[in-house]
Structure formats: C-alpha cells, structure tokens
Design a protein around this ligand. Sequence first.
Ligand SMILES: Nc1ncnc2c1ncn2[C@@H]1O[C@H](COP(=O)(O)OP(=O)(O)OP(=O)(O)O)[C@@H](O)[C@H]1O
Ligand SMILES: [Mg+2]
Length: 198
Amino acid sequence: MGLALNPISSQTPLTVDEQEGLKIKGLATREELDQFEQQNIETALAGFLGQDVLLQDFLTEKFIKNLHFKMFNQVWKWAGEFRLSDKNIGVSWNLISTGIRDLLDDIRYWLNHETFSQDEIAIRLKHRLVSIHPFPNGNGRHSRLMADIMMEKIFKQAIFSWGALNLHSPLNGQKEYIKALKSADDGDYVSLLKFAKS
Ligand SMILES: Nc1ncnc2c1ncn2[C@@H]1O[C@H](COP(=O)(O)OP(=O)(O)OP(=O)(O)O)[C@@H](O)[C@H]1O
Ligand SMILES: [Mg+2]
C-alpha cells in the first residue's frame, strides 16, 4: 500500500529537495519525516475540535495558507507559504494566487447556484487545489483536509474516508487514488468521489 511502515519506503533517504527548509535536525529517512509530519497534523486537527468555521473565512487564501501552516509548521520553514519555483506538477508558481482566486470564485458560484452536490463541491475543491499544487509539499494531505473541513464545518456532513487510509499520512502515490485524480483531470469526478467515500 505504500504506507510509511513499508520497510522499503522507510529506508528511502530524503532527497536534497526534500531537505530544503527542514526544521528538524538529523532527519534522514522518509519514514521519520512522515512521523513528524503526522504528529504536526494531529496537533492542527486538535485545534479544530469544537471550533466553528465560517464560510466567509474558509473561502480565502488566508485560510488555505493558515491551514497548511498549522499542519506543517513544526517540520518545514516554508509551511503556509506558496511555492516560489516550478515543479513537474501544478501551475507555474507565479499563477498560484490567481488560480486560488479563480477556484474560490467558482466555489462561491457553485454554492449559490447549487451547481453540484455538496460532496462533489468538496471533491472539486480538493482536486483543483492539488492540481494547482500551491505548496512545495503536503498538497495531497492539505487538499484532503480542506475537503474534510468543508464537509464537516461548512456542510455539517460526515468527513471522507479516503480509501480508509490514514488521512494524516501521505498516500505515497496510492494507485487507485492517483487513477481517480487523473479521471478528475479529464472532468470525471465519479472515481474520486467513490474513492473518497470508500
Ligand atoms: N499525476 C499525479 N501523480 C502523482 N501525484 C499527483 C498527480 N496528480 C495529483 N497528484 C497529487 O499530488 C500529491 C503529491 O503532492 P505532495 O507531495 O505535495 O502532497 P503530500 O501530502 O506530500 O502527498 P500525498 O497526497 O501522497 O499525501 C499526490 O498524492 C496527489 O494528491
Ligand atoms: Mg509529498
């Protein structure tokens, strides 16, 4: 399943890229990194317990950045900050803010016109976010949590189960998930919705 406990992935050394901006000295392997990130995310989640989130606050660049910051600030210096260079995935770094603004405008439109069901709106948010890929890392986990916060705090619905995998750990290219994201790239959200609820 490519989870952190896989003995092969656990020994994967961090690449130079991955070490950039690491706050914790002496971290050498992917598994150690995953665990520190997971703890950080747990802390972020605890902060949301019993907290209301207003739609007007949720649909802002500030909320998106702040959530990433809360999830990763103990591990990464650049937590909560958009990329300043291009990656092989996502939009060119200088188009991130515009992309986010367009996405938030679209979501407001979908909500006002009831264009899609609530869970499809949350899934479209997740997919558009991960396609923009605003942050150097953590975009998968951040976008899944954004969708879950929308479900729970905005729509008062159950959160997604994301293939019953641990939300807090990276999915590390889980095949069914990546396949579903690719269908969503082609405008077909059925598989991603199904995966999110499986
Ligand atoms: N074609 C693709 N191939 C791989 N990943 C993709 C693709 N399209 C979108 N993605 C998303 O990008 C994510 C990886 O981005 P990033 O490493 O920033 O996030 P993460 O939180 O560390 O990873 P994960 O989603 O595995 O938890 C993938 O997991 C997936 O959510
Ligand atoms: Mg990653």
